[in-house]
Design a protein around this ligand. Structure first.
Ligand code: PLP
Length: 362
């Protein structure tokens, strides 16, 4: 049996399927575009790990410039990042429960791993864990800027929580986080700009409120791939947490044409009926909450649905055994389904990277 590294140097078509592919020259163009964008302005990039979950890729984003650290969504992702040598991580989410608080505190022995907070209970448990471990945990007060996910209200409720943080031993108030996730996919660019600027204004006002009350606010963090050129230019925002831009899925591509699809799923045709082919990948290999995948280089082909392990495609002329590429509608949930990222250049396998964050749900 072949070892996975034995495929390096072979044609991409030789890979066992389903296989998650990443065209590294396209990846590097996407990374460079945003690195250059943020290198030349005061606001910086904090690339989101949840999109690719691969530590090697995260390091490539940091080395490209314009970035201050990495964002992630879960404590276990932060653990994977720190184990891989990343020293500055923001968990842009709530790390709740005393056991998890202790794990977060332990990470802060060897790296700076900040967390968002939006409740007094959580502030108290993070403070207790930090004291127990003899470390200081930096926290950002999360505010809800319209997404109706986590976050306290902007203004006085945020000031009240920040005041508690500033008085809690073991914690360091590092600022604010607010994510305009309800707006990142707004199709019309002008409407997106207007609504995002409007949504961010109360968070920036809260920053000024913090500063006028003597509360520390060195970092205000938010934004994503759909809004990087809006959020990244609003005075008072310090960091943009874009993630999807690096690998680029077919859903985001509709509103972000400056980035190219670097990711795809290689699949084998296992059955043919007329112009309908069936591929050997389904829901267990392709994220689909933003719709069905596209077939690469075949705009007329149409995925019909995703079963667990099958994807029937209509209007497609494949032969049994032929390998085609699907471009998922959602990269972030697709990377969570794979353990290996096959690195491709000029249709040859150049390397294989681990997806350390795959399955990191804690
Ligand atoms: C907290 C947070 N920040 C940033 C993002 C941006 O990610 P993307 O670049 O994929 O839009 C997300 C996406 O879900 C998020 O949850």
């Amino acid at each position: 049996m072949m070892d996975y590294r034995d495929y390096i140097g072979r044609p991409v078509q030789s890979l066992p399927t389903p296989a998650m592919l990443l065209d590294v020259s396209v990846l590097d163009q996407n990374i460079k575009l945003l690195a250059d964008y943020f290198s030349s302005r005061p606001c910086k990039l904090r690339p989101h790990f949840k999109s690719h979950k691969c530590v090697t890729l995260a390091k490539r984003q940091l080395h490209a410039g314009g970035a201050v650290g990495i964002t992630c969504a879960k404590l276990s992702e932060a653990e994977a990042l720190v184990a891989g040598g990343i020293k500055d991580v923001l968990v842009a989410n709530q790390v709740v429960g005393s056991d998890k608080a202790q794990r977060l505190a332990a990470l802060n022995r060897s790296a700076m791993v900040r967390s968002a907070v939006d409740s007094e209970t959580n502030v108290m448990e993070l403070g207790a864990a930090a004291q127990g471990a003899g470390v200081t945990i930096g926290v950002l007060v999360e505010v809800d800027i319209g997404m109706r996910r986590c976050g306290v209200a902007t203004g006085e409720p945020a000031v009240a929580l920040a005041t508690l943080v500033s008085k809690t031993r073991g914690l360091r108030l590092d600022g604010l986080q607010g994510y305009e996730g309800h707006l990142v996919m707004t199709p019309d660019a002008e409407e997106r700009r207007r609504k995002v600027v409007e949504a961010l204004a109360p968070m920036v006002e809260t920053r000024h409120l913090f500063e006028s009350r003597g509360l520390r606010c060195p970092i205000v963090s938010g934004g994503g791939t759909g809004t990087y050129d809006i959020t990244g230019n609003v005075p008072g925002i310090d960091e943009v947490q874009a993630g999807s831009y690096a690998m680029m899925d077919c859903h985001y591509k509709k509103i972000r044409s400056e980035f190219q699809n670097a990711m795809s799923i290689l699949a084998t045709v296992i059955s043919v009926t007329g112009r309908k082919v069936v591929l050997d990948v389904g829901l267990k290999g392709v994220g689909s909450e933003f719709g069905l995948p596209a077939v690469a280089n075949a705009p007329e082909a149409k995925a019909l649905y995703l079963a667990e392990e099958h994807c029937p495609v209509d209007n497609c002329t494949g032969r049994v055994g032929e390998k085609l590429r699907l471009i998922p509608s959602h990269g972030c949930t697709t990377s969570n389904l794979h353990r290996r990222l096959w690195i491709i250049r000029n249709k040859m396998v150049e390397d294989v990277w681990a997806i350390e964050g795959s399955g990191c749900l804690e």
